[in-house]
Ligand binder design. Structure first.
Ligand code: NAP
Ligand code: HSE
Length: 437
């Protein structure tokens, strides 16, 4: 049988890695897919740029529309990123009857509902394993491996760049900006690294994970999102003193009132396996009613780990080329007419525990005022720690860990604490999860 012809959009970190993996493992890949997989066309902006892969024998163009319109191409791999022109190109490829593989989580999280509708109408596949967790086959695990379960919750370290920054700050006391620059050099960060450090990339990924876990539409706009930019080395060190580690988590949880969708730095007990996932590695805990907690771990970014997921999707698509479109695994795990309209909870209605750090005047009565405010809001304290002042007479850091409480209540308490004369700076609040059940 003739090899399947692939058109690549993008020859950067992921595109280059994909060409290298396809070339190096061509024999194994053909044995698995039943046909060879050959990149025959590729698009990039600058055709003179040095690449991490060989491009001899590939027809190169700076006009990606030529690739998605070429009648020889059966599968388009969109590995360029961004929204425009990626959305238009993917829709064009689908309209031309081509199957699509993409690593573009922003595109799927924001326009997936539209893209999957178009793909269904044309009977083509859209595969996106590389969009979440780099090389970890997390989409396949949830969509297929856990199909017998009612998924209760999932929590993941899904942004390699943020995890790399937090790990280096903790272990090597390194500066935030330095570590981010290194993540960019290593090809981990997004073209605009604000997506990584402000939490948007993790929110894109959580949108996708929640949709396939709970059978709900993609709803990026409803994800509560905070990045790692405000986590300080002091917070990392105080958390350790209490036996916790700060991780940037994406959490989706089904509750009787609705679904929580939230991305934020989180204190988690140091003894949890996921607390020990460092550097660019990602991990996702998925808890199903039948299987209980399961953990998926692997490289979350970088050329070949991501290419591993792209190539797996190419193999899947090639195997299913002749299958009846009605009998394929649905894009979002559940049949499209069986998606649920479970409400997404606003953050004020989420219940969790908290780490609070205050800058307080070192004089009698201040802590009593603070604890009275917490008691008024029915917030109970798990632990409290007052540090030494940096110099005689200066304010002291006070760290409080609370038990679980509605976010609405902690917001009211923080507003009242910040209004005290003895409190000299905004209160730092980091959510705390036990991740036990
Ligand atoms: P990258 O290194 O910046 O590569 C992007 C490629 O797309 C480049 O080759 C660029 O051409 C080409 N390109 C961009 N806009 C174009 C346009 N308008 N026309 C033609 N070519 C265009 O990005 P990447 O890191 O490989 O990421 C690609 C996608 O994979 C993104 O959606 C990203 O979120 C996702 N992803 C990345 C990783 C990772 O670890 N890097 C992991 C998972 C998913 P030039 O090279 O000529 O500029
Ligand atoms: N910028 C992303 C990260 C790439 O750091 O996780 C992988 O999706």
């Amino acid at each position: 049988m003739k090899p399947v012809k692939i058109g690549l959009l993008g020859l950067g970190t992921v595109g280059g890695g994909t060409i290298n993996v396809l070339a190096r493992n061509a024999g194994e890949i053909t044995r698995r897919a039943g046909r060879g997989i050959e990149v025959t066309h590729a698009a990039a902006r600058d055709l003179k740029k040095a690449r991490i892969c060989k491009t001899a024998g590939i027809k190169l163009t700076a006009k990606p529309m030529e690739v998605v319109s070429d009648p020889e191409i059966e599968i388009v791999a969109e590995l360029m990123g961004g929204m425009d022109p990626a959305r238009e190109l993917v829709l064009h490829a689908i309209a031309n009857g081509k199957h699509v593989v993409t690593a573009n989580k922003a595109l799927i999280a924001r326009h997936g509902n539209e893209i999957f509708r178009a793909a269904r109408a044309k009977g083509v596949m859209v595969a996106f394993e590389a969009a979440v967790g780099g090389g970890i086959p997390i989409i396949k695990a949830i969509r297929e491996g856990l199909a017998g379960n009612r998924i209760e919750w999932l929590a993941g370290i899904v942004n390699g760049t943020s995890n790399f920054i937090l790990s280096e700050m903790r272990d090597k006391d390194r500066d935030f900006a330095d570590v981010l620059a290194e993540a960019q050099r290593l090809g981990y960060a997004e073209a605009d690294p604000a997506f990584d450090i402000e939490g948007t990339d993790a929110a894109h990924k959580l949108t996708i994970l929640a949709a396939i876990a709970f059978g709900i539409p993609l709803q990026f706009d409803k994800v509560y999102t905070e990045g790692v930019t405000r986590v300080t080395r002091d917070d990392v060190s105080y958390a350790e003193q209490f036996g916790y580690r700060i991780k940037h988590l994406a959490i989706a949880r089904r509750t009787p009132a609705g679904v929580q969708l939230r991305v934020h730095p989180t204190l988690i007990p140091r003894r949890r396996l996921i607390a020990n996932v460092d550097g660019v590695m990602n991990a996702v805990v998925v808890t199903g009613d039948a299987v209980g907690p399961t953990l998926y771990y692997g490289a979350g970014a970088g050329a070949e780990p991501t290419a591993s997921a792209v190539v797996a999707d190419l193999v899947d698509v090639v195997r299913a080329l002749t299958s009846d479109p009605e009998n394929r695994v649905p894009h979002l795990a559940f049949q499209p007419d069986a998606l649920s309209d479970l409400p997404i909870l606003p953050m004020e209605q989420v219940e969790t525990a908290y780490y609070l750090r205050l800058q307080a005047a070192d004089r009698p009565g201040v802590l009593a005022d603070v604890t009275r405010i917490l008691a008024d809001q029915e917030i109970s304290i798990e632990a409290i720690l007052q540090k030494e002042p940096a110099q005689e007479g200066s304010d002291v850091p006070v760290i409080i860990l609370t038990h679980r409480v509605l976010e609405q209540r902690i917001n009211q308490a923080i507003a009242r604490i910040e209004a005290l004369k003895a409190i000299s700076a905004p209160v730092t609040r980091i959510r705390l999860e036990q991740l036990a059940r």
